[in-house]
Design a protein around this ligand. Structure first.
Ligand code: NI
Length: 389
């Protein structure tokens, strides 16, 4: 069994890779330099990187022994549209973009595992290293699946990991079921007859309707869905009106919905349509609702979750593995992979003693101390899933 010490010789490499990626952030489906960097490293390890799945994705395959069993290990590689606040030497060189979610660390840890396993093997079967683009907003996981990820690279299970600054360093979590929420977006357009602001009765006040609708939408989570079924409905934008004395003829609300099952997503959408139409009609206005499902919920296979918990326990100690974490209402497009294959997604705690900067904060920086831990998890997972008999 590998321990952390085995990965120590790789720490300088992993750190250098991580810092290079951090300095050169690229966002959804534009990870061209990142893709080339990953492919170059994999080629150095003697692997043959396959490019193009999900546009800027990379997959490399490593086979040892005779078994025809296969698994996939996935890292996301994209950055965010956030101007970086850090000033250290490897801070983003691209204005307006930064690695604020630690995907630079995810990439470096999976590269480290690929290098280690290429050199040391210790498993019987095939490991597919999956470097996935566009985790943020755009669903690169979906794109890779649609481009034939599981047809080109057959595998029986797939595994994911995220650094988690909300857990102390060295602590980990893996749910034996729902882990992260679904991610839907909506846009509600209210239309009516615009009018003079001093004579509201001559038109339809879509701004008053919008105000009432923001409040009414909160009844979906509190009154219309089972209270034991977590739902968030957040209105995040409101646009309407241009001047002081005009009631405009239209207003637009936009926002996001989070839930943990397709049935709840359906119920929320139906309730939203009813509520929007009813509130609009009170004011003589009309409502049109565009409701778009972006990511399904990330739901671990219970057996695979327990397997990952055992692997994590061997690494950090069973007392530092939480198998009943509170699910997070954030979303993760690894859900598209778990939708097709058994597998599990784990959180690797990275907070220092002073606490962690939250993900997506302009001062975020992946905790390099976690590099050997994450890489060791991948190595142990591959060896445990594909044991040499
Ligand atoms: Ni992330």
């Amino acid at each position: 069994m590998t321990d952390l010490a085995d990965l120590t010789p790789l720490v300088p490499d992993m750190t250098a890779w991580r810092h290079h990626l951090h300095a050169h952030p690229e966002t959804a489906f534009e990870e061209v330099g990142t893709q080339a960097f990953i492919a170059e490293r994999l080629a150095e390890f003697g692997l043959e990187p396959q490019l193009g799945l999900g546009k800027t994705g990379v997959v490399a395959t490593l086979t040892r022994g005779q078994s025809n069993r296969a698994i996939g290990l996935r890292a996301d590689i994209d950055a965010l549209d956030i101007p970086e606040a850090n000033t250290f030497a490897y801070a983003s060189k691209t204005p307006g973009k930064m690695h604020a979610c630690g995907h630079d660390g995810h990439t470096a840890m999976l590269l480290g595992a690929a290098k280690y396993l290429s050199e040391h093997g210790g498993f019987d079967g095939t490991v597919h290293f999956i470097f996935q683009p566009a985790e943020e907003n755009e669903g690169g996981g979906k794109a890779m699946v649609e481009d034939g990820l599981f047809d080109c690279f057959p595998m029986e299970a797939v595994y994911g990991m995220h650094n988690w600054p909300y857990l102390p360093f060295g602590h980990t979590a893996v749910a034996l079921g729902p882990m992260m929420a679904s991610f839907d977006v909506f846009e509600i357009t209210l239309t009516g007859r615009g009018t003079h602001a001093a004579m509201p009765h001559k038109g339809d006040d879509v701004l008053l309707a919008a105000g009432e609708l923001i409040v009414a939408l909160q009844s979906i989570a509190s009154r219309l869905i089972d209270p034991l079924d977590p739902v968030v409905v957040s209105v995040t934008q409101i646009h309407g009106g241009d001047t002081w004395n005009v009631l405009p003829g239209s207003a637009v609300l936009r926002g996001t919905v989070r839930a943990f099952s397709a049935a709840t997503q359906d119920a929320v959408e139906a309730a939203m349509r009813r509520t929007a139409e009813a509130v609009a009609s009170v004011h003589g206005a009309a409502a049109s609702v565009r409701y778009e499902r972006r990511y399904p919920a990330t739901i671990n296979d219970p057996r695979e979750g327990a397997f990952c918990a055992e692997v994590l326990g061997g690494l950090v100690g069973a007392d530092k593995v939480d198998t009943q974490p509170r699910p997070n209402m954030g979303a993760e497009d690894f859900a598209f992979l778990l939708d097709k294959k058994p597998g599990a997604y784990v959180w690797l705690g990275t907070a220092g003693p002073e606490g962690g900067v939250p993900l997506h904060n302009p001062a975020y920086d992946f905790n390099d101390a976690a590099l050997p831990l994450g890489a060791a998890y991948w190595v142990r997972l591959a060896r445990a899933a594909l044991p040499v008999r």
